[in-house]
Design a protein around this ligand. Structure first.
Ligand code: AMP
Length: 608
């Protein structure tokens, strides 16, 4: 049966879910955890680690361990957000060939989609192990406020992971789907989503017959738990500096330990009023004396350090209500999503602003993946009654003469949507027109996100203004932009490729897909080999254990002695193959080992 999984590709943690017997279910990873850290590392031996295993070694391998890659995806190297990430990350972020940000690990440069692909691939493997078969299709979620470059890059990551991403959906929308699933309700709902790296707010109308209509959405793709952690780190670093005159930021290992401790303290302060940060031997003094960091932090201090961050989320909520042309009293339910909504001050601020307590029935870490699984199943099964009407979070437009931005598709327009615009030549015999496509809300073009540019070429030579080209801008249900052009007189179509200003070329993408597929095959083959080896070892141990009993039982018969001799030979050969790690030979002996074990079991059972 064709399966589609829902993946919440989070900044801090990722989660995968699937529809089972009509209900969305989160799939636990091999360790039994329902979420997996979005962390990737390369060990000294060149081994790739993903998830908990990457997190566990982060302190000792800080420079080669990537966290929060989602903050970099689809971004230009020169963006303020990337600068911020460079200052706070122990791993190296370098400029890529297309002005994008890339990550250097052990001398090799990775694009951000490649890193995200490793996480997606891990989620795919978790699902395949659980479902017992291959999974090729997925619905992946992104923050509602992601622009086209970030969505496109996430889709690329899916392709590199060998997944056909049948739909990209917005995280708050997915949360609303999971909240409303199976309930016969008609309600206006606000989804407040504060995760590790991003903040999103969406206001939706859940209508009869499974219609989910987003009215407005807004957010900040650089506001999340990481910023709260950074405030605690700053506080600890400054305190240490004034006491010892040493800047801990200069030491990558100390920085990684501080990061871990800050996050831990922040989480603890959600349930206790005070906690101690204790980092022995954090650094050596100038006189080679070991220095320790030990400081008590209270919930009150944390709230003071982060007050403006929480206020920023509330300001965005206010703006979104205005955009939706609704009052606070129109919101009938507030759904909290993301790990940061466990912080009591966050819940209080949301409750104070909306004038009602948020809903308690959804799991903040799992609800997004569950919604993605619901959407995935609905896309596969056309009989499924569910309609999802989302909006574009940013205005799509073009740069006009003088550097002014002209919006064509306004923000909060329901997608999919398209808009046509006619362009003419401004010079006689002009054969090409260059158009810059942008997303954003600023009047000045330079302050918006440049999605790419395209050039209409081979225009007919004519007097200026006579050649009319109709350009159609389209935003699909994934929120991804495409452009098409038509010469109105000749009807000739031009397929326009908007060259992304950041991200990967088609050729690079293909290479990455091929190499990742190769790695996946290798991984599966090595897992299979490991499984066979373990099974061989188990059978050898079982036969060894039964041997004395069997020998005793069959001692009186020649036939029995022959059989035990033969078994001894099989054991010897199988043992040699296992100790040499010769997989072909192990496989060859598996059948004989199985047969011997069955025979031994039979003999013992018969006489007991
Ligand atoms: P998400 O992206 O939804 O997985 O959210 C992860 C963020 O939630 C990280 O910044 C975590 O540190 C934060 N978080 C998780 N649990 C708690 C907690 N109990 N209190 C405060 N923040 C938390």
């Amino acid at each position: 049966m064709e399966r589609v999984i829902g993946i919440d590709l989070g900044t801090t943690n990722s989660c995968v879910a699937v529809m089972e017997n009509g209900a969305p279910t989160v799939i636990p990873n091999r360790g039994g955890y329902k979420t997996t850290p979005s962390m990737v590392a390369i060990t000294e031996a060149g081994k790739k680690l993903v998830g908990h295993i990457a997190k566990r070694q982060a302190i000792t391998n800080a420079e080669n361990t990537v966290f929060a890659a989602k903050r970099l995806i689809g971004r230009k190297f020169t963006s303020p957000q990337v600068k911020n990430a460079i200052a706070t990350s122990a791993y190296r972020i370098v400029e890529g060939p297309h002005a994008d940000a890339r990550i250097q690990l052990r001398g090799k440069t990775f694009s951000v989609p490649e890193i995200s692909a490793m996480i997606l691939q891990e989620m795919r493997v978790i699902a395949e192990d659980y479902l017992g078969g291959p999974v090729a299709k997925a619905v992946v979620t992104v923050p509602a406020y992601f622009n086209d470059n970030q969505r496109q890059a996430t889709k690329d990551a899916g392709a590199i992971a060998g997944l056909d991403v049948i739909r990209i959906i917005n995280e708050p929308t997915a949360a609303a789907l999971a909240y409303g699933f199976g309930k016969d309700i008609e309600k206006t709902v606000a989804v407040y989503d504060l995760g590790g790296g991003t903040f999103d707010i969406s206001i939706l109308e859940i209508g009869a017959h499974g219609v989910f209509r987003v009215i407005a959405t807004a957010g900040d793709t650089f506001l999340g738990g990481e910023d709260f952690d950074a405030r605690i780190i700053d506080w600890l670093v400054e305190g240490f500096q004034s006491e010892h005159g040493i800047d801990l930021r200069q030491d990558r290992m100390a920085l990684q330990r501080l990061k871990d401790a800050a996050e831990k303290a922040k989480c603890e302060l959600s349930s206790t009023r005070e906690t101690e940060v204790n980092l022995p031997f954090i650094i050596s003094s100038g006189r080679n004396e070991a220095l320790h960091l030990q400081r008590v932090i209270s919930r009150e201090t944390l709230e003071q350090l982060c007050e403006d961050l929480v206020d920023r989320t509330v300001d965005i909520c206010r703006q979104t209500l205005q955009d939706a042309q609704l009052g606070k009293e129109d919101i009938e339910e507030i759904v909290l999503v993301g790990g940061m909504t466990r912080m009591p001050r966050v819940v209080e601020s949301v409750a104070e602003f909306f004038g009602r307590d948020p809903c308690k029935g959804v799991h903040p870490d799992e609800v997004v993946a569950l919604g993605a699984a619901i959407q995935g199943a609905a896309l596969l099964d056309t009989k499924h009654e569910m309609v999802l009407l989302d909006v574009t979070p940013h205005t799509l437009g073009i740069l006009t003469a003088g550097g002014t931005f002209r919006g064509l598709i306004p923000q909060n327009t329901t997608v999919p949507t398209s808009r046509s615009e006619t362009f003419t030549t401004s010079r006689d015999n002009q054969t090409a027109v260059k158009i810059l496509v942008m997303q954003g809300e600023h009047e000045k073009g330079e302050q918006n996100e440049l999605l790419g540019e395209f050039v209409l070429t081979d225009l007919r030579k004519a007097t200026k203004g006579q050649v009319e080209i109709e350009v159609t801008f389209e935003i699909n249900a994934d929120g991804i932009v495409s452009v098409n052009a038509k010469d109105l007189e000749t009807g000739r179509q031009q397929a326009i490729q908007v060259t992304a200003t950041s991200g990967l070329t088609q050729q690079e993408l293909k290479q990455m897909i091929d190499s990742s597929q190769g790695e996946m095959l290798e991984r599966r083959a090595s897992e299979e080999e490991e499984g066979t080896k373990q099974e061989a070892q188990r059978l050898i141990a079982e036969i060894d254990k039964l041997f004395p009993q069997v020998e005793q039982i069959v001692a009186s018969s020649d036939f029995g002695r022959d059989a035990t001799e033969k078994a001894r030979g099989i054991l010897q050969k199988a043992r040699a193959a296992v100790s040499k790690g010769d997989h072909a030979a192990i496989k060859e002996h598996m059948e004989a080992l199985g047969r011997t074990a069955r025979m031994f079991r039979g003999v013992v059972q018969k006489t007991s």
